[in-house]
Write a protein that binds this ligand. Structure first.
Ligand code: HEM
Length: 220
């Protein structure tokens, strides 16, 4: 899915891809930058850790394919937030996959989840939310200064509605989402507490067997 997303962005918003990849100048055989500190002053990356040619391979399916750099575009987004938000999204995506695979390996072997895995799962409660927010940042900051790339600039689309009205609807949105977040966390804690209070579950019971009849788990 991520790869398809990337190819679509390369077609319609190549400057966003250049910012995501930290690619300042057009290159053939462009490396995949795993980590770096993008430096807008020198138009290069400090402390870069790269895998040679991999960005070209991923984006053009050719080791020596050409990928356009930021200097090829007249208008470009700020690089740092796009670059880091992208790494946060992809990093969390891979971490969630890894933890899920480890969890499944315990389930398939009918082994109880060890404490470190349970702690990891708790620590990752908001991983999906954070990755989603990071993806949104990549998309929205990455298209700046355009609202519709090549057609409409953000500054030309600013509303004439008074700021107080915009502030009110934004506040209402924020309140609704805060209420949903509290409900979500509250429900998670309720479910977890119910499981703790359930005498039939002890440390040696696999967390999920997949074979429990519905009545037995219906109290959750
Ligand atoms: C290998 C992992 C991933 C890759 C390669 C990837 C790739 C991308 C790319 C290229 C974009 C920008 C699309 C654009 O603006 O044109 C994007 C946006 C986004 N990504 Fe990811 N992604 C990955 C993992 C994830 C994960 C794990 C989540 C959430 C759980 C996520 C959520 C999002 C969201 C919400 C957007 C914004 C979509 C929109 O507003 O249009 N991504 N992703």
């Amino acid at each position: 899915m991520g790869d398809l997303h990337g190819l679509n962005t390369l077609k319609h918003q190549p400057q966003k891809i250049a910012a995501m990849e930290g690619l300042w100048h057009t290159e053939t055989g462009a490396p995949l930058v795993l980590f770096a500190w993008p430096n807008a002053e020198t138009q290069s990356n400090d402390f870069a850790i790269e895998i040679p040619k991999l960005a070209s391979l991923i984006l053009t399916h050719d080791l020596n394919g050409e990928v356009q750099g930021l200097s090829a575009f007249e208008k470009t987004p700020p690089v740092k937030p796009v670059f880091f938000a992208f790494r946060l999204m992809v990093g969390l995506g891979f971490l969630m996959l890894l933890v899920a695979f480890i969890g499944v390996s315990f389930l398939l072997r009918r082994k109880a989840y060890p404490k470190w895995l349970l702690m990891t799962l708790v620590a990752m409660t908001f991983a999906g939310t954070i990755a989603t927010l990071a993806g949104w940042y990549v998309t929205e900051i990455g298209r700046q200064p355009w609202l519709v790339t090549g057609v409409l600039m953000v500054k030309d689309a600013v509303t004439t509605i008074p700021p107080a009205h915009i502030g009110l609807s934004l506040t209402l949105y924020a309140l609704i989402y805060i209420a949903l977040l509290i409900a979500y966390v509250h429900t998670l804690f309720r479910m977890a507490n119910n499981a703790i209070n359930d005498q039939s579950v002890d440390e040696t019971t696999p967390m999920v067997t997949g074979l429990q009849p519905i009545e037995e788990i219906s109290h959750v």
